[in-house]
Structures are given as C-alpha cells and as structure tokens.
Design a protein around this ligand. Structure first.
Ligand code: ATP
Length: 594
C-alpha cells in the first residue's frame, strides 16, 4: 500500500465548507434538539461574557467593609451566574452531542442502504476498504463536527466578536495597545501552528504506515513464519515505528516552542496591560475591579480567537469527509429497474437465452469478454460450461445474475430481457452457489436461511438433509445453533460448500447457477457434495461451471468456451471424439480420456 493511498484512507482531503450542507438534510429532522442546543449555547456564551463584569463588581463593590449585606448580594449573584453557566453548558453539551450521534447514526444507515444496492462496477472503481473507512472514519469526523465543533465555533465566534467590542467600549486606550501587539503575536502563532499541523498530519500518516505494516505481516503470519522472516519483519516494523517517532519528535519540539511562545506572549501581554492598567487605576480613570474585568475578558477573547483557528481546520477536514459521504449517498447503481419494469411470470419455467450478447467489463472497454455469444438452455436442462481459465465462464453467470448489462444483445429468461426487469424481482427466480462459499458470522441455521429468510426451522432442516450436511451439523457443538466464526473458518471446505448447497436448496428457485469449487475435497466429501448437487439440480434449469469429470459426464450438454466464444458443444463422449480443445482440457484435468 503506497503512502498516498494510506493517507487517503485516513485523512479525507480538505473540503469546501459548502460540503457541510449535505449534513443539513440530516440535521433538519431534529429541529427541536437544534433549537434547544442553540438556546443553551447562547445562554452559556452570555454567562462567559458576564462573568468578568461580575467578578470586577465583586472586587469594586463587594469587598467593602461598610456593607456586609452587599458582599453577600454580590457573591449570591455571582454564584447564580455560575449555576446558570454550568446548567446551560451541560444542556448544550447534551443536545449538541446527541445531535452529533443521531446524525451520524442516520448517515451510516443511509450510506449503507445505498451501498448495498450498488452494482459490482462501483466496487471495482472504489476499493471496498476505502469505502468501509468512509463509513466509519469519515462519519466519525462528521460526528465531531455536528456533535461539537460547530457549537464550539459558534460559541467562540460570539465570545470573540462581542468580547472584542465590549473591550473597546471599556477602554479604547488599553484595547488599542493590545491591537498593536496582537497582530505580531498572531502571525507568529499562525505560522508555527501551521507547521505543527503539518507535522501532526505527517505523524498520523506515519502511524498509519505502522498500522498497515503490522496488518499486512500479521495477516500473512503463516507465510512470514514459513519463510522464517520474523526477524526481518520485526526489523522492518521497527524502522516504521522509529520513523513515526522521528516525526513525532519534530512535532513535539515545535509544539514545545509554541507553548513557550504562547505562554510568554499571553502573560507578557497581561503584564503590559496590567502595567498600563495600574497607571490608570492610580490616576483614578479605572477601578481595580474594572481592570480585573478587562484583563479577564481579554484572556477569554484571546482564547476564543485561538479556538476559532483550531476549529476552522477541523471544519475543513469534516467538510472533506462530508463531501466523500455525499458522493456515496448520491452514487447510482448501474443496474437499475427501468421506469416500467417487466415482471417475469409468477411461475418461471427457466428457459435461458443469451441472444447475440457482446459484453466487456467496464474496466476493460477495449476487450470484449463475450462476443456475439448465443446460448439457449431449455427449461429443465443441465448445461455445463467448460474452458480454459479466463475463457468467460464466470462472466456468463455474472450476466445471468444481472450484475452487469451487456453492451449488445440480450439475456432472456422465459423470453423476457432481464435488463428490462427489476433486478430484485427477477433474482428471486435464481439460486446461486458460488465457487467460494460465503459464510456469515451467524449460526448454521441462519446461514442456511439466507436462501429464504421466511423459511421455517423444518424447511431449514430438510434443506440441510438434502445437502447431505445433517451429520456434521448435528455433530457441531450446538447443532443448528452453532455459531460459525467470521467467514466460517470453523468449517472445512466441503462443509462450507454443503451449507451453500443447503442455502440454494432452500431457495427453491427454478434456475440454478453453479460455480463448482475446484478445491480438492477428500473423496468422501466429494462424493457427498456431488450427491447434494445432483439432488439440487433435479427439476431445475442448471448452468454449471464444471470442473469435475463426474459433473460433466452427467450433464445434458457441455459448452466449450474459449476467449469469450463457444468453440464446441455436445456430450462428453461426442466432444472427446472431436479431438479438439475439450479433449485437451479433459486430458489435462481428468487424466487421459483416450
Ligand atoms: P476461471 O475459470 O479462471 O474462473 P473464467 O472462464 O470464469 O475463468 P471469467 O472470470 O469469466 O473467466 O473472465 C473472463 C475474462 O474477463 C478474463 O480475461 C478476466 O480477466 C476478465 N474479467 C473477469 N472479471 C472481471 C472484472 N470484474 N473486471 C474486468 N475484467 C474481468
């Protein structure tokens, strides 16, 4: 994985803030929470602005000996303000964070609902790993925005603007003095701050490299150990870790310098204002309380400006994330139902017709994978597709499942062009057993039920029986309720296949597409899988990519494919007699047929 790819996965590009508009449609349904969040935010920001004045008043008027009651009053008011601030801040936090979590949950659902309908083409153009990262990392970024940054931004904006004006009104002279010093300090801080940010980003990338490296080698641990590369891998990993440390070290150095500068500047400024202020207090133009008020407010305002610049870059990152999510939300599947889809008859016979089909994969526009391909499979017939690797056998099944539409010609089921149907409706009539069985992290029963979700327990049991899988299922620790680990790693290859076959039996569709597994099964499992398959093919139209002699001998017709064209067809014996590609393949695959 290259550096830039990793960066792309972990760091969305900075986006235009306009992208954040996408988020608005997700926030809009929660107007009440938004309103409450805004109200509490205003109250909290207001109290922050009032506190310096309250404190100033306490110093000026509350510390007087002549009126003990006044002391109580001023402290009472002060505590009241603090209580309002604490309450408003807590409620603001609650509603804003609630909004963030709710909006992200809704975005995740919406994105997933969209993704699950997209055609394979989309996932060829976009790496699934990156898409999952959008679903998790990008949405998390968005969550920080909706659930905090926006409110931090608004609050600090209010404090900065109102506070600055207030400062000017209080003492134009002191404020003027700050205004002269401030730009120099600000420029320095912004410049150094930018460097810190760059270094932080590089630091994150380096940590991502460390993760990617560990991921790659741990995922291939058996290869690492088989080739006794542990020491080299550890060495390589340690170089990545040291790289990450080196970048982190530069970052913390700059950051330490920045901390020095910031503290020196802030307290230097406070000292200088204090000095000026002290003169004013002595001449009587300002009271001690007012000076405290001024200084405290100035510190708050400076803090607010600092927070604004930080949040701005966060907003930009989130805008990038929101932009990428918006892309996913608006992604259109290439395989769609037309405006007026044609429905297949309720009872499909299973007559399949490839009518002069020419097809190329979207990523390979110049090479036709199937060219003028004609194939008619009658209802109930079993046809095997054979041919060298890359001949286009799987492509035929992909087109029948309508994962892609051909560029020319049509694929018809019972005379209906499937491109004119709703893919969800017509796929009901198909059952598919892929070469690689997909097992979900669920129980055996639920994995079989994937074929037909409303099937009863009894139907599931019967399907498992027909797939010759009852024996191992019953031997499993909790029978049908045994949980299969992710990707079904707890099952052998043959057992996984039989689960897939049970799933297909349960589906009970008139058309069966079978991509036979090449994995070498032991003789006994092979026999069982074979039996299960024969059971499955009964009374259905079956198109099978055949790798086994046993299958090929039993089918009604064999189609020999080469480079996307049918080069021969007939029964096993007929084709062997022709002495063509089939005989060569058969000799290679199954030993001499002569
Ligand atoms: P095998 O027996 O090895 O599975 P096959 O006969 O099933 O081979 P296909 O998988 O149909 O062959 O592939 C036919 C051609 O189309 C090959 O050249 C392959 O590289 C190409 N191909 C397959 N899938 C895609 C895809 N998703 N995008 C681009 N090209 C593809």
């Amino acid at each position: 994985m290259s550096d830039s790819m990793i960066r792309q996965e972990h760091e969305p590009p900075k986006g235009k803030l306009a992208n954040l508009r996408t988020l608005w449609s997700f926030v809009r349904p929660y107007k009440l929470q938004l309103f409450l969040a805004s109200v509490f935010l205003l109250i909290a920001a207001g109290t922050v602005l009032i506190i310096p004045t309250a404190l100033g008043d306490i110093v000026d008027k509350g510390f007087s000996n002549d009126n003990a009651q006044k002391v109580n009053d001023y402290f009472g008011v002060f505590i009241g303000i603090v209580a309002v601030m604490a309450t408003a801040t807590a409620f603001r936090f609650y509603f804003v964070t609630w909004l963030g979590e709710r909006v992200v949950a809704d975005i995740r659902k919406a994105v997933y609902e969209r993704l699950i309908t997209l055609s394979p083409e989309f996932f060829e153009e976009n790496r699934p790993g990156e898409i999952v990262s959008r679903l998790t990392a990008d949405t998390t970024l968005v969550q920080t925005i909706v659930g905090s940054s926006v409110s931090v931004w608004v609050r600090n904006f209010l404090i900065a603007v109102v506070g600055t004006i207030w400062l000017f009104v209080m003492s134009p002279k002191l404020m003027g003095q700050i205004m002269i010093g401030m730009p120099i300090g600000l420029v320095a801080i912004v410049l150094v701050g930018r460097r810190v940010r760059n270094l932080s980003r590089r630091s994150q990338d380096k940590v991502a490299d460390v993760g990617a490296r560990a991921n790659e080698s741990l995922a291939a641990l058996n290869i690492v150990q088989a080739f006794t590369q542990e020491k080299n891998e550890a060495g390589r990993f340690s170089r990545f870790v040291d790289d990450a440390f080196a970048v982190a070290r530069s970052r913390i150095r700059v950051r330490a310098a920045l901390t020095f500068g910031m503290i020196f500047l802030i307290f230097g400024a406070i000292a200088s204002v204090l000095y000026q202020g002290a003169q004013d207090v002595m001449t009587g133009t300002m009271s001690g309380g007012q000076m405290l008020d001024f200084i405290m407010r100035a510190v708050f305002v400076a803090g607010a400006f600092g927070a604004l610049s930080e949040v701005y870059s966060e907003l930009q990152r989130a805008a990038g994330a929101a932009g990428r999510l918006a892309e996913l939300l608006s992604a259109e599947s290439k395989i769609k139902a037309p405006a007026q889809p044609i429905a297949l008859p309720a009872k499909v016979d299973g007559d399949i017709h490839f009518d002069n089909v020419t097809f190329h994969y979207p990523t390979k526009p110049d090479t036709a994978t199937l060219e003028h391909f004609n194939l008619h499979v009658k209802a109930g017939e079993t046809v095997a597709l054979v041919g060298p690797s890359g001949a286009g056998k799987s492509t035929v099944l992909q087109l029948l499942l309508r994962f892609y539409d051909p560029q020319a010609g049509a694929v018809k089921i019972d005379g209906v062009d499937i491109a004119k149907t709703d893919p969800k409706a017509f796929r009901e009539h198909l059952s598919f057993v892929p070469q690689e069985t997909i097992i979900f992290a669920d129980t055996i029963a639920e994995n079989v039920r994937y074929g037909r979700t409303d099937a009863s327990d009894d139907d599931v049991r019967k399907a498992v029986e027909a797939a010759a899988a009852t024996e191992f299922v019953e031997r499993a620790p909790e029978g049908f309720d045994t949980f299969l680990g992710e990707r079904g790693t707890r099952l052998s290859g043959g057992q996984r296949q039989r689960i897939a076959i049970a799933r297909a039996i349960l589906r009970n569709a008139p058309i069966l597409l079978l991509d036979e597994a090449t994995s070498a099964l032991d003789a006994e499992s092979e026999l069982k899988v074979q039996e299960a398959l024969e059971h499955l093919m009964e009374g259905r139209t079956t198109l099978v990519i055949a790798h086994r002699l046993a299958t090929v001998k039993k089918v009604d017709r064999i189609i020999v494919l080469d480079e996307g064209k049918i080069v021969a067809e007939g029964t096993h014996d007929e084709l062997v007699a022709q002495d063509g590609l089939y005989k060569r393949l058969a000799d290679l695959q199954f030993g001499s047929t002569a």
